[in-house]
Each structure stands twice: as C-alpha cells, then as structure tokens.
Design a protein around this ligand. Structure first.
Ligand code: BG6
Length: 466
C-alpha cells in the first residue's frame, strides 16, 4: 500500500472462527503492521486508505453453510468495490484443511473461474504433502476445483531478493557462464543454517524433520537456481521448465546409499547466543526417544553435461552456530602452483550470501605484502546494504503482489514439487527402516555432527565455516 503497488479496488476479507467483526479485524491488523511492517512507523494516510478495505467473516473451514455466507459477503464486496469477480484465496491454514476448503469454496460457487468471469487463484503454504503419494493425493483434490496455473504454492525463499538475484548474477553477466560447469567448478556447497530450535512448533516439526522442512523445498530450489540452464525467456513457465529439468537430472540417492551419502543429526543441549538451551528431546512437545532429524547433510550428483562429476553438498540444520544461508561455488585449484607457499592457497570461491549480511564475495589468492612470496585468500565483496542503500523488500511482499498480478514465476509448479518428493522419499524410507542408525547428536550452537565432516572429507574437501 505504502509503495503504491497494490492493484486498485483491492479488499481483504479475513475468514476465521473467532468472533472478531470488521472493527476487531482492523484493530488486529493495525497492531500487526505496527509490530511487523517493514516501513515503520505506519503512515496514518496509508493506514486510513487501507483500513476501510479490510473486512472479516466469521466462519468454519469445515462448514458448508459458512461458505454460503462467505459467497454472499464476497458478492456484496464485489459490487461495492467493483472487483469483477476476481478472487485470491490465501490459505494460512493447517495443510489438512486445504482440500476441504477447496471443496467448500467450489460448493459455494467460488472456485473455477469459467463460471465467474474474474480470476480464481488459490495460494497455499507448505507442506504440500508429506511424501510423493500424499502430494499427488492433495494435488488431485485441488485440481478438481482449481487449475494448475491458478494454484500458487509458496516457497518463501523464492521471494528473497538474494535468491532472485541468483539468476540475474548468472544470466546478466558474461564472465561467469564460461566457468559455471564441471570444467572449472570443483564442487558446490549449499547451507541453510539456523540458530533457533523448533520454537514451539514441535507438533509439526517432529513429524516433518529438517529434510522435509527445509531441504525438500528451500534447499532444492537453491540448487535448481544454481544449476539450471538459461531459460529461453524471462517468463514463468520458461524459468520453471529449466528448474524442473535440472531437478530431473539430479540422481536420487538409492536407499542402500543413504547411510553413506546422507548424515542426519539431532541437537543435544548446548548454547545459543550466550544462553544455555535444551536439546531437541527436551523441547516441549517432542515425543520421548524421537529420531526426527534437526540437521541433515547430503551429497547429490547431477547427471548432465554441465555438472557431471561435480558434488553438490547440501546441509541444513537448527540450533547451529549461527543463522546463515549461502551458496558457495568452489572452483578447481590451478593446475600447477608456481609458488612455494608455506600453506597451499584456498582455491577460488564465489559465495552468494542469501542471508543475513546479503551479498556476494569472490575469494581469490593474493600475495601477502613482504619480501617473500606468501599467499593469502582474500575476498572481493558486494553488499546489498552498501551498494543499494535501501532495505530489500520482504519475501512475502513480492510473493503476494505477484499472486495478485497473476505472475507465477516465483511459485512452485506441480512437476517440481513432485520431483522434490521423489528425491526425498527414498531417504525418508531408508531412515524409517533404520539406515544409518539414530541421528548423530551435536551440541546446540555447534556446526553439526562430526559425521557430516566425514561426508565431505572423503572427497578431500571441507565444509566452509561461514
Ligand atoms: C520455514 C521452515 O519454511 O523456513 C522453518 O518451516 C524455518 O522451520 C524457516 O525456520 C526459515 O526461514 P528464513 O526465512 O528465516 O530462513
């Protein structure tokens, strides 16, 4: 609203069970923007334009009657604000409600657009299923009422500026492409590390684990953007075709290799930001003896011409030493080192810092000043904050605006979703049969289990310490 990008005529109708009323909803929204809006303090002029467009409907997701009331309310708003039948349904609900809500929207005549004139889009928050079979089931249920092109599955990582910049960096600069392949790249490391624990979400997290919570979506998306070919056009399906293609080329880890290629860990008590913190098993709501992983590291291979022979090491974890997400492209060392250096220099690396401290660093070797030739790795640094001065928009600002405008580029398409589950399922199945034993314990506040070091060391490599 404040940046003037919202389409004219927009109204928001909140739907939930609590008896709030329009005024109560407006008060709750005001408190929320006062606390969370990126641009604060909230300007009164902006708020007074938005507030009269916020409405509330009390209703139950499972109750058909509620949806008839909703339809009547929407029809009224439509004529009042000339909305031309356009609807964007944003489901911030438990996933078990997705299908019943779609069903009830349809029963109230609120789904397919053919009958309505305007667009009918549905935006969903993950998880989209628990595995391939449940994702297919959910998809079939949604498909009865919404087209794939109108089904917008959020992966909030794709809304991050730094993530969008991966493709700009790769495809708007000529110097990188010639190097971006197996001839020059030794390996790639993708890290999504968090310092927080499960933060009261044990009910969800314990049935998911970090592989489903972070790797199946965010990390595989980062991999796809890093490894994909150039799309034929800057257009939603052209970009998503290439992402899907590269994920199709990722070699699934066979169950018999899971113990070797995937390391899972679980945090034990330790420290976070100077405070002692409990281990995962001591967190409220975690079942005794849970084997859910809070850390995972794995090695993937991509079977195509660009990436043959290049390991992609992925890791994600909670209660790690710090919050950092990054992609590091590690280049091969020089074929022959002329200099008799006391320490062999670190090969070149290009590090894309997704968050925090958003930026890009190129590491190269330099001469240490002095009478002898001594080598040091130094960094050439780009920082968003310094170069552009302004705070990047929040991921959700971009994603929700795109949903309103009908641009699906940054949303997860069905084929990619299903492929991600195909890559994750064999690992989950092997773990369920006990492959690799219980998760390795690691101290909260550390960089994860020692076994994860061995995963990269066997290839003569080491994890970066971001
Ligand atoms: C969510 C996960 O998708 O991403 C959370 O469910 C995780 O467990 C969060 O904490 C991390 O997001 P961000 O933007 O803080 O990196």
């Amino acid at each position: 609203m404040r940046t003037g990008r919202l389409p004219a005529g927009l109204c928001v109708l909140g739907v939930a069970r609590r008896p709030l009323g329009d005024d109560g909803f407006r008060a709750a929204m005001r408190a929320a923007v006062d606390e969370f809006a990126r641009l604060r303090p909230v300007e009164e002029a902006t708020w007074s334009t938005l507030a009269p467009r916020l409405f509330y409907h009390e209703g139950d997701f499972g109750d058909r009657e509620s949806f008839l009331g909703l339809a009547a309310r929407l029809a009224k708003l439509d004529s009042q604000f000339n909305l031309r039948g356009n609807r964007l349904y944003y489901l911030a609900t438990p996933p078990a409600s997705f299908a019943p809500i779609a069903e009830n929207l349809a029963a109230a005549g609120l789904a397919h657009q053919e009958t309505a004139g305007g667009f009918r889009r549905i935006v969903l928050e993950k998880p989209f299923g628990h595995d391939l079979a449940s994702a297919l089931e959910l998809d079939a249920e949604l498909r009865r009422h919404f087209h794939e092109r109108d089904t917008l599955r959020i992966d909030h990582y794709l809304g991050k500026e730094t993530v969008q910049n991966i493709l700009v960096l790769r495809f708007a600069n000529g110097i990188l492409e010639p190097l971006w392949n197996q001839r020059y790249v030794d390996h790639v490391q993708i890290t999504v590390a968090e310092d927080i624990g499960v933060e009261g979400r044990a009910g969800y997290f314990d049935s998911a684990g970090i592989l489903r919570d972070i790797v199946q979506n965010h990390v595989l998306q980062l991999l796809a953007l890093t490894a994909m070919e150039a799309p034929v056009a800057w257009e939603a399906d052209a970009v998503r075709d290439e992402k899907n293609k590269v994920l199709q080329a990722v070699r699934p880890i066979q169950p018999e290799n899971v113990a070797r290629d995937v390391i899972r860990g679980q945090y034990a008590p330790g420290w976070s930001r100077g405070t002692p913190v409990p281990g995962y098993l001591q967190e409220p709501g975690v079942p005794a003896g849970s084997t859910t992983e809070t850390y995972v590291a794995l090695e993937l291979r991509i079977d195509n011409w660009r990436w043959a022979g290049v390991p992609f090491y992925l890791r994600a974890g909670k209660r790690l030493a710090k919050r950092v997400s990054e992609i590091a492209i590690q280049f091969k060392p020089v074929p022959h080192l002329l200099f008799d250096a006391a320490r062999p220099p670190q090969p070149n690396a290009l590090v894309l810092r997704i968050q925090p401290d958003e930026g890009i660093t190129l590491r190269f070797v330099s001469k240490l000043p002095g009478p002898e030739i001594d080598l040091r790795s130094v960094g050439m640094d780009f920082r968003y904050g310094t170069s552009f001065g302004a705070e990047p928009p929040e991921a959700y600002e971009r994603l929700l605006l795109d949903a309103l405008l009908g641009d699906a580029s940054l949303y997860i398409r069905r084929d990619t979703l299903l492929r991600s589950w195909e890559l994750v399922d064999p690992i989950e199945e092997a773990w369920a049969r006990g492959a690799g034993g219980r998760p390795h314990l690691y101290d909260a506040g550390s960089w994860g289990p020692a076994a994860a070091e061995a995963l990269v060391e066997r290839g003569g490599r080491a994890w970066r310490r971001p």
